[in-house]
Design a protein around this ligand. Sequence first.
Ligand code: SAH
Length: 374
Amino acid sequence: MTEASVKKLPKGIEEGAIIELTDENNRFIGKGYYGKQNKGRGWILTRNQQETLDKTFFAKKIKTAFERRAALFSDPETTAFRVFNGEGDGIGGLTIDYYDGYYVISWYSEGVYTFKKTVVEALMKTADVKGLYEKKRFAVKGTYMEDDDFVAGERAAFPLMVKENGINYPIYLNEGAMVGVFLDQRHVRKTIRDKYAKGNTVLNTFSYTGAFSVAAALGGASKTTSVDLANRSKSKTIEMFSVNGIDYEAQDIIVEDVFNYFKYAVRKQLKFDMVILDPPSFARSKKHTFSARKDYPELLEQAIQITEKNGIIVASSNCSTFNMKKFKDFIKKAFSHTGDGYRILEEFTLPEDFRTIKEFKEGDYLKVVFIQKL
Ligand code: SAH
């Protein structure tokens, strides 16, 4: 919704209220719901004035979304992916992920959460749902946020084992916002495993549960080093290696601030054949505040210094406030500072199950570039 139309919204409008937008000549523009989500104030759900936003409407959107993922559903090597991607599938503010028979709905505003009953019913009707969990990604002031995310069906036994292009991931659907793997990097992990890992030393920074490290190890990396600040990352990464039949003791798993690690690595003149950079958009540690928009070029400069000649840097960002063009400017800037040459080998944006629409560019947030240092 544009700012102009927001200003005309009635005072005291409630989250989840159905609203009709009209232009200054009172002509119908669209119909949707009111719901605060970041800078947005809601989503248009239809441009057709006759359409009612009822059960049938939601059920149709969900059914269509499932049909679009038919190829993924029939792939025995991949049992986790996104089945509904917000505005890309016609209902902004709502995503649904699939984990081998179990589903997770993420609600991005109080407004969309008011449609919970309708959405859950539509999902249960469309799919063979073993169990359903939810993530409320909005803070409701003054009320208790439930920590049990279970909604319906039967509870899964955790870890729930899922597969992605044959790689095993242990998943925890009831331990907070993150479940163990970020589904939007599927093609990137496969590419690392199949094309770039063999015989190489790999440094995976901001490694979380080590999914990129495992992909590299499965692709024949000579050794992986995973670095993440969070204490829990160590046991999660050990588990991730183990369920894929890799001896984790032959890998380095380091719990440390990446920025400290880079200082150490530069001082020790360590060099890696491949460096993976996948920082959060914003992060605050004891000593550093990192903002991808501001600090990515500097992060890249450090990575370049510890990458072998002809080695690969996988630069990734999920920050929605800059696009691929800008990201490539960051890359150019960093290499011009270090004085090294480079070549871009391949690029990735969101995979096909993370459908986007051209009217909402921020939804197309993922940028991954494979860069060779010359
Ligand atoms: N690359 C991961 C996802 C990264 S999620 C994957 O593909 O699975 C972001 C991670 O960055 C979190 O695990 C968080 O603990 C870590 N992190 C944030 N700030 C950090 C810092 N300064 N040093 C190291 N890790 C950091």
